[in-house]
Design a protein around this ligand. Structure first.
Ligand SMILES: [Zn+2]
Length: 390
């Protein structure tokens, strides 16, 4: 670990002095270049992750504004069949457990293209999506999902609450990690939630990231990485209580937390919460030593990965990868562009554009991509790096 001059923790303000892992310099992975930009310079930003010694929030500094990343977002949730299935199951579960019906109001934060709220609309439940990216919000509206094109925080929550709109069910999937001002966001949820309402949030679980060495899930658009212990602290600071938790297989291992107003005693804290909290405590997530081991674990992985890639290249093999474009980028940049053949997850729009940093060049045009997409879902087609052989 090294001492740094980084600013304070995004939750508690404690000066950040401890490195969790330093993955070097990398470009933004949700930005795409078109062919005419391939020979131009592209900004790289430090992918240096810190851990707060006070609240143990693992975090990246936000180098770019949320407007820069999310105003024209390149990810359409509905292109993933498995994610749609996940959303559909979630809807059925919420209807059954909390009796959500036409008399309730469901709000989703970062509602993307309406991939989830469409299932509540089918059940005649009044909904509102809040989504900052106008391009994906437009698709939601076409689908019949009312959507407010705004960033969420105290201000938006107050506007809605003042106009009589508070949520019985307030949800956010894979958004908490992507919020630069986490206190403004969670305070907004407190304002927007009805007195007896329920919040559910899904985010990747830090314990899975660390134990399974998933450093490739670290990228600039993910500002925070949570244990249950730290998430509970953040919500408690805003008058909210985590009363249940589920461990999900999504995104390498995620948590779905159920949150209520601290003063709402009608929903007791379940044993799932106390069990997981206990497991995190015994695994050392309240001790700095646990966090300090991660960086060396990642360095050793890099050495092994490079050994493998160089060996594979020397024996004349071609190397391909498939997974989300973000994780491929982190892994590929960190490993030093050791691959000459590559493919990655993408939706049809991606194929007309090029992955920014790695000069991936799509071989297929739009109409072919559509055909491939319908057959393969969220998988990639065919792309190869240009001029980056080791
Ligand atoms: Zn902190």
């Amino acid at each position: 670990m090294t001492l740094t001059n980084q600013p304070g923790c995004r939750f508690c303000g404690t000066k950040l002095e401890y490195t969790f892992v330093d993955l070097g310099m990398s470009p933004l992975c949700e930005s795409y270049l078109s062919a005419c930009h391939l020979n131009q310079m592209e900004p790289f930003y430090p992918l240096h992750v810190y851990v707060c010694e006070n609240c143990f929030l693992v975090q990246l500094e936000a180098y770019v504004t949320r407007e820069h990343i999310f105003t024209d977002y390149a990810y359409f949730s509905s292109y993933s069949d498995s994610w749609l299935e996940h959303a559909k199951k979630y809807t059925a579960q919420m209807v059954e457990r909390f009796g959500i019906d036409a008399s309730n109001f469901v709000v989703e934060l970062a509602s993307n293209d309406g991939y989830l709220l469409q299932y509540f609309v089918e059940k005649k439940v009044p909904v509102l999506g809040i989504e900052p990216a106008a391009n994906v919000a437009a698709v939601a509206v076409e689908r019949g999902v009312p959507t407010l094109v705004k960033f969420f925080g105290r201000e938006t929550a107050r506007e809605l609450a003042d106009s009589g709109k508070q949520a019985d069910l307030l949800l956010g999937n894979n958004v908490l990690a992507q919020v630069p001002d986490i206190n403004d966001f969670v305070a907004g949820m407190k304002i927007l939630l009805k007195p007896g309402g329920v919040i559910t949030l899904e985010f990747p679980h830090l314990q899975r990231l660390m134990e399974e060495n998933q450093f490739d899930t670290i990228y600039h658009e993910h500002f925070s990485y949570f244990s249950l212990l730290t998430a509970e602290k953040i919500f408690a600071a805003h008058g909210l209580t985590v009363f249940d938790v589920e461990e999900l297989p999504t995104h390498g291992g995620s948590l779905r937390i159920f949150v209520r107003h601290a003063e709402d005693s009608s929903k007791p804290v379940t044993s799932h919460v106390t069990d997981l909290r206990g497991r995190e405590e015994s695994a050392g997530y309240t001790k700095m030593e646990t966090y300090s081991h991660f960086a060396e674990q990642v360095k050793e992985t890099k050495r092994k990965l490079l050994e493998f890639l160089i060996q594979a290249k020397r024996s004349g093999k071609k190397i391909a990868g498939h997974r989300g474009p973000q994780s491929l980028q982190t892994r590929q940049i960190f490993a030093g562009h050791a691959c000459s053949h590559f493919f990655a997850g993408a939706h049809p729009r991606d194929t007309a554009r090029l992955f920014a940093h790695s000069t991936l060049e799509s071989k297929r045009r739009d109409h072919q991509a559509e055909r491939f997409h319908s057959r393969m879902g969220w998988q990639v087609r065919c792309a190869h790096t240009r001029g980056t052989d080791p």
